[in-house]
Ligand binder design. Structure first.
Ligand SMILES: Cc1cc2nc3c(=O)[nH]c(=O)nc-3n(C[C@H](O)[C@H](O)[C@H](O)COP(=O)(O)O)c2cc1C
Length: 174
């Protein structure tokens, strides 16, 4: 499921997402303690933490050279794209890089949830956890920022219903 999810698009294909898959019961119990005591942390089969890589530019060469080797791009254009990416990302403020990474990580997260559903599983995305404590517990340092925990498993009961704002409130047709 994670492999398929990573087919999600990302800014300059830098794939600034990382995953921590938590299945160990003691680790889940510890996370629950700083996640508003949310029950699904412990009852889900797995918790997938989606983490932003704010220094995604370290992967520029590896990603673009893999594209070259796979025949998706030629030597001239790969050099241009590597040059452009290296000019842009390392010089952008960390906050801008986190925004980019968080957007891309949101795309991969939704993709993962749709893939899980298609395979007969259910998920809950959770922003309700102490991100500083999570970062400390998993030794993420400054580079990696935890964004969301996705509880994955078979639903024990049907989901609560939910409504959405009317389309004409949220959409402008011009
Ligand atoms: C970024 C984000 C954070 C969320 N955090 C939590 C959470 O901590 N706990 C929870 O039970 N649901 C959480 N949710 C789920 C939302 O409450 C839920 O998607 C919303 O109420 C709409 O319900 P539905 O997705 O079942 O249609 C979160 C959803 C998102 C997108």
């Amino acid at each position: 499921m994670l492999q398929e999810a990573t087919l999600a698009p990302s800014s300059s294909n830098l794939q600034p997402w990382r995953f921590v898959v938590i299945q160990d019961p003691d680790t889940k119990k510890k996370i629950r303690e700083f996640s508003f005591n949310q029950e699904q942390i412990e009852t889900a089969s797995a918790i997938i933490a989606v983490v932003a890589d704010t220094e995604m530019y370290h992967n520029i060469d590896e990603i673009y050279m893999a594209n070259l080797q796979a025949g998706h791009i030629d030597e001239k254009n790969v050099a241009i794209q590597i040059g452009n990416a290296k000019a842009l990302y390392p010089n952008a403020p960390k906050e801008a890089r986190l925004n980019i990474a968080a957007f891309d990580a949101g795309l991969v997260s939704m993709q993962l949830m749709l893939i899980a559903k298609a395979k007969g599983y259910d998920t809950v995305p959770m922003g309700g956890f102490d991100k500083a404590q999570f970062a400390e517990a998993f030794d993420l340092g400054d580079r990696y920022v935890p964004l969301v925990l996705i509880a994955l498993g078979k639903a024990a009961a049907p989901a609560y219903g939910s409504t959405r704002l009317p389309l004409d409130t949220i959409t402008k047709f011009v």
